[in-house]
Design a protein around this ligand. Sequence first.
Ligand code: NAP
Ligand code: 8YV
Length: 322
Amino acid sequence: MNDPQRKTFLSLDPLPDMVAAEARARTAFIQATPQTLDALVAEHGDSVEILASRGKQAVGRGLLDRLPRLKLIAAYGVGYDKVDAVAAAERGVLVTNTPDVLSDDVADLAVALLLATVRRLPQADRFVRAGEWAKCAYPLTSTLRDRTVGLVGMGRIGQEIAARLAAFRIPIAYHSRTPASVPYRHFPDLLDLARHVDALIVIVPGGKATERMIGAPVFEALGPKGIVVNVARGSVMDQDALIAALRDGTIEAAGLDVYEGEPMVPAELAAMDNAVLLPHVGSGTHFTRDAMNRLFLDNVLGWVEEGRVVTPVRECLALTSR
Ligand code: NAP
Ligand code: 8YV
């Protein structure tokens, strides 16, 4: 495994088959699992130059200290909240991710989840399958027609979501720390946005700055007609507060693609009729995963073969201009 001609590449989680095959052909590739990681780091830590993260294991100072020759951390996905990119940059370690190529599919999914939640589509499907239709008509539902939709986050994916919602001819507003170049009303304060709208789509990065930013005060501000859709990260939502808000009628319903502690989903949430639950599938199409595979490999192999990466993250930009 420690071929001196090849760079040692450790993946913290299983990678897609075609990515692993190409990595195996071009590097000394080691694929860890959560169970084998510690032993593999103990055995190969001194030679690892490239690390892959799929956002499940934390890559913090502790792990970086055990990988003294590390040069590149390649995140499979646009979100890299599990990677301490500041600590990596301090050590001269580049971090890359896979932005843009997934924005369309994630935006499609966010709008689909909003509609499924408001119009109760999974519940209607269950109604037909259970033979209930022959007994009575399906109850009327809420609508997007009388709503203003607020986006928490107006970056690459947020802007694609807004473009789709604009075609639905519903008012759009958003919150982010700095205004974006978009024709929608910006709210510097999240609670002001929540008071102004009756549906929120959350699409900010995970990490300390956004941890549990969507909690009880936001649900109270949204009110009893409120809908919350989270396609960002589970860490962004106070999940216990959400369950309480759904149970007590503080808000109407939620659509979730991501969870605190996923893939585990609390039984109380799973039992709720006013929640639509997806298993983190925002970018999960053949088309988009092929594009993510390619960009991930272009970063890794570009660095291995030419010393260049395609999509470094913001915290590491200074390293690429050296
Ligand atoms: P992006 O282009 O970096 O946009 C992030 C947006 O969030 C920006 O508008 C940013 O504006 C805002 N933001 C960041 N920190 C904030 C804070 N503390 N408070 C308020 N707003 C904040 O990222 P993206 O490509 O759109 O992706 C966003 C996230 O979506 C990813 O990081 C990932 O976690 C998630 N994602 C989920 C899936 C899925 O399968 N469900 C798939 C892809 C991505 P300011 O910096 O001005 O605040
Ligand atoms: C993926 C994601 O599910 O890009 C992201 O941030 O959350 C999703 O695209 C994930 O990264 C693939 O492991």
